[in-house]
Write a protein that binds this ligand. Structure first.
Ligand code: PEP
Ligand code: MN
Length: 263
């Protein structure tokens, strides 16, 4: 079902007013974690002004350490829904369990399956059953075929609204948090009809690499970008070092404008 051979025309996934996989580049942005209503609202207005169409924000955070901030859960989802009503932006949130899916469907426009759960087949099936668009991040060490098989699990539930997200993979390189597999974009375009976006924030883990990697994603034909932003990255509860400030995000969008049609 994810294979281009049996479905040659590109899939366009509608999330709120944004069309992912169409003629325009779609930008999702927002904090790694929803920390407070103020932090989220400030971010939502700033990213909207800069040109983003979708607000991202984690309410269930899959942290490496059990002692790190785990997310605001349903309270965070409520803030996301309020931010969507205030700004008109569509909202996407990661879900990490069946309980999270059951709660999130009341608040969000799109479910995100994170890298760590890409092969949680039970979760993929449950996300598929909701019928909501699903943003499927590539697993930390997943091959492209494994990733497309994960997408297949969602589509097999009768939900064709899958968007893939390349977010870097594990390699021997330590200068960046992960290694952005930029070739995944043309490979996916050759093998599948599904739209693919690139997340240079998690791929690099370093703020200063986000802009050049964003440009490379556009050059190879990505349908969109996911960029982490925060009002004050120095005090972010997660992923501060890779988060852009609002002026940096605005500058990024300005520089991308001549390279791609933004919505
Ligand atoms: C995220 O998007 O906040 C996230 C945790 O990403 P990943 O699953 O790609 O690590
Ligand atoms: Mn993050």
């Amino acid at each position: 079902l994810a294979n281009k051979k049996f479905h040659p025309e590109p899939t366009v996934v509608k999330v709120g007013n944004a069309l992912i996989g169409g003629d325009e580049l779609v930008i999702m942005s927002g904090p790694c974690a929803v920390e407070s209503r103020e932090q989220l609202f400030e971010t939502a207005f700033a990213i909207k002004k800069a040109g983003a169409q979708i607000l991202r924000g984690g309410a269930y955070k899959p942290r490496t350490s059990p002692y790190a901030f785990q997310g605001l859960e349903e309270e965070g989802l409520k803030f996301m829904k309020e931010a969507r009503e205030e700004t008109g932006l569509a909202v996407v949130c990661e879900v990490t369990s069946l309980a999270a899916i059951e709660t999130a469907v009341k608040y969000v426009d799109m479910l995100q399956i994170g890298a760590r759960n890409m092969q949680n087949f039970y979760l993929l099936k449950e996300a598929g059953k909701t019928g909501l668009p699903v943003l499927l991040k590539r697993g930390l060490s997943a091959t492209i075929d494994e990733w497309l098989n994960a997408a297949e699990y969602i589509i097999a539930e009768g939900n064709p609204n899958v968007v893939l997200c390349e977010r870097g993979i594990r390699t021997f390189e330590t200068a960046t948090r992960n290694t952005l597999d930029i070739s995944a974009v043309p490979v996916i375009k050759a093998k599948s009809h599904l739209p693919i976006i690139v997340d240079p924030s998690h791929a690099s883990g370093v703020r200063s690499y986000v802009k050049p990697l964003s440009k490379s994603a556009i050059a190879v034909g990505a349908d969109g970008l996911m960029i982490e932003t925060h009002p004050n990255p120095a005090i972010a509860l997660s992923d501060g070092p890779q988060s852009l400030t609002f002026p940096q995000f605005e500058e990024l969008c300005e520089e991308l404008r001549p390279l791609a049609a933004l919505m």
